[in-house]
Design a protein around this ligand. Structure first.
Ligand SMILES: NC(=O)c1ccc[n+]([C@@H]2O[C@H](COP(=O)([O-])OP(=O)(O)OC[C@H]3O[C@@H](n4cnc5c(N)ncnc54)[C@H](OP(=O)(O)O)[C@@H]3O)[C@@H](O)[C@H]2O)c1
Length: 247
């Protein structure tokens, strides 16, 4: 019997949840619980961390999970590492369902950096207006360049003071569209963008908008993970789930 745990938080995870629910599959959807109101899923849901590798291992065993689809964000590396370890220990099959990284196109002014520290270093010394399109984590490192005005786009209003002396918060939940992002960049007179190479369509609107305005983007490349089974389409994931012997 196949019982699938979907590690969510992405459009891919939601797409998979819909397909599994439609086919009547036995599956559970897991959210980290980072947002106040997670998007409801058509599968039984659980919310919150498992408690590291040991907690996830216990969860897999207690819930008779046979397959894990790691459809977390490409930058959610801790969860992905934990899932690989726990599945190896439990003998549970695992695949990653991940969208391809964005590639620069003609007209793009990208500067690639390996991490957040690299992104801070890549910002100019003179005061600029920066769209920090990186979510709510990792903001503190940008306090090292307090001369900039930072625009943040967050799902929920911040619960605590932000670590940046000069910033504006826009509350919004993706997917976004290029016309809306163009208007956003113009409204805030943005001169630079910092983005994680998330891939996918919904978050790519800012790239299109930046191209239109000729704005530079500091692109944080994806972090590395151990070798794992990578599947890029819903059809591949469903085929993998239906061929238990391939596990
Ligand atoms: N990082 C990003 O840029 C980004 C962007 C968009 C969406 N997200 C989504 O937001 C969530 C958190 O991302 P993150 O970068 O903070 O993750 P992370 O650093 O890889 O994970 C930190 C811890 O959060 C818990 N966790 C993460 N994803 C979980 C899930 N789907 N279900 C249950 N627990 C989960 C785990 O806690 P325990 O160790 O206690 O199990 C994990 O060790 C993920 O689901 C991710 O898909 C992340």
């Amino acid at each position: 019997m196949t019982r699938t745990l979907v590690l969510g938080g992405t459009t891919e995870a939601s797409t998979l949840a819909l397909a599994l629910a439609d086919s009547g599959a036995d599956a559970v959807f897991s959210y980290a619980g980072r947002t106040a109101k997670p998007v409801p899923q058509p599968l039984p849901m659980r919310v919150g961390g498992f408690g590291g590798v040991a907690g996830l291992l216990a969860y897999l065993r207690e819930n008779d999970i046979s397959h894990v689809v790691d459809a977390t964000h490409p930058f959610a590396t801790q969860m992905s590492r934990n899932a690989l370890q726990a599945c190896a220990q439990a003998g549970v099959a695992i695949c990653a369902f991940e969208r391809p990284a964005w590639q620069a196109r003609v007209g793009d002014k990208w500067r690639h950096v390996p991490d957040m520290a690299g992104a801070v270093a890549a910002l100019p010394e003179q005061a600029a207006r920066v769209f920090l399109a990186i979510g709510k984590q990792n903001l503190a490192v940008f306090a090292a360049k307090p001369q900039h005005h930072y625009l943040l786009r967050l799902v929920d209003a911040p619960a605590a003071d932000l670590p940046l002396p000069d910033c504006t918060v826009e509350l919004a939940r993706g997917p976004f569209d290029p016309a809306g992002d163009l208007a956003l960049l113009r409204r805030h007179r943005i001169t630079h963008i910092v983005a994680k190479n998330a891939g996918g369509a919904g978050a790519a609107a800012k790239l299109t908008a930046a191209r239109g305005l000729g704005l530079p983007i500091v692109m944080i490349d994806r972090p590395g993970l151990p070798a794992r089974r990578m599947l890029g389409t819903l059809a591949e994931v469903l085929a993998w789930l239906s061929h238990v012997s391939d596990a």
